[in-house]
Write a protein that binds this ligand. Structure first.
Ligand SMILES: [Zn+2]
Length: 214
């Protein structure tokens, strides 16, 4: 079986690594440290479901009490080269996701660093509409809407981390009578940041399911 680290798995490894460094900086007892190291390793292995040589090597590199965030970041960027990028949708796939949008402006996704993205999002500068696309069950699905102007600190429904969030509203078809309802969720205002801190696909999958009325 090919070894695959997806962008959100990489973010998870990064998050766990930072927890580890925090422990190194705040705990002195070697036995507590050893227990914590074991726990982190177990969590990462459980997430990846199998042994990864490159991940084992990474853990070996960072698991030392003198580890700093700067050094860990350089090991993390080496590990990032192993990440399987998000599939790049073709223009046709993008159009298919937003069939009802007239004059859809398609961004140049070839320039995006797709090893860092679990979903795609961009804002149309004219209409201020925000577009979101994600592969759900191996197929790209899309939705669009707009943000309410006020921004606050809160938990994002997509990445499930604390961030600057705003109410994202989209109009969605509901029921057989063809009536429309507005649905809203607080999500990260900065989608790049959202992708960089997304450690699980649960939020994004549920988010899209809600909008598709499933
Ligand atoms: Zn987010």
């Amino acid at each position: 079986m090919p070894q695959i680290i997806k962008p959100h798995d990489f973010n998870y490894i990064k998050e766990q690594t930072y927890h580890l460094i925090n422990a190194y900086q705040s705990v002195n007892d070697p036995r507590t440290i050893a227990t914590f190291e074991g726990l982190i390793e177990e969590k990462i292995n459980r997430r990846l479901k199998e042994k990864y040589e490159k991940v084992d090597l990474f853990l070996e590199q960072v698991m030392t009490p003198s580890m700093t965030k700067t050094r860990a970041d350089s090991y993390l960027s080496q590990l990032q080269t192993e990440v399987l990028p998000l599939e790049q949708p073709s223009d046709k796939q993008i159009q298919k996701c937003f069939r009802k949008v007239k004059k859809l402006k398609i961004p140049d996704i070839s320039k995006w660093e797709l090893t860092r993205y679990s979903y795609l999002s961009w804002t149309d500068s004219g209409s201020q509409k925000k577009y979101m696309m994600a592969p759900i069950n191996q197929q790209f699905v899309g939705l669009y809407g707009h943000f309410e102007p006020s921004i606050k600190k809160g938990i994002c429904a997509v990445c499930q981390h604390e961030a600057n969030v705003s109410l994202f509203l989209t109009t969605t078809k509901a029921g057989a009578d063809g009536s429309y309802t507005k649905k809203g969720n607080y999500i990260c205002v900065d989608s790049d940041q959202c992708n960089y801190q997304l450690t699980s696909l649960k939020g994004i999958t549920e988010f899209f399911a809600r909008y598709q009325g499933k």
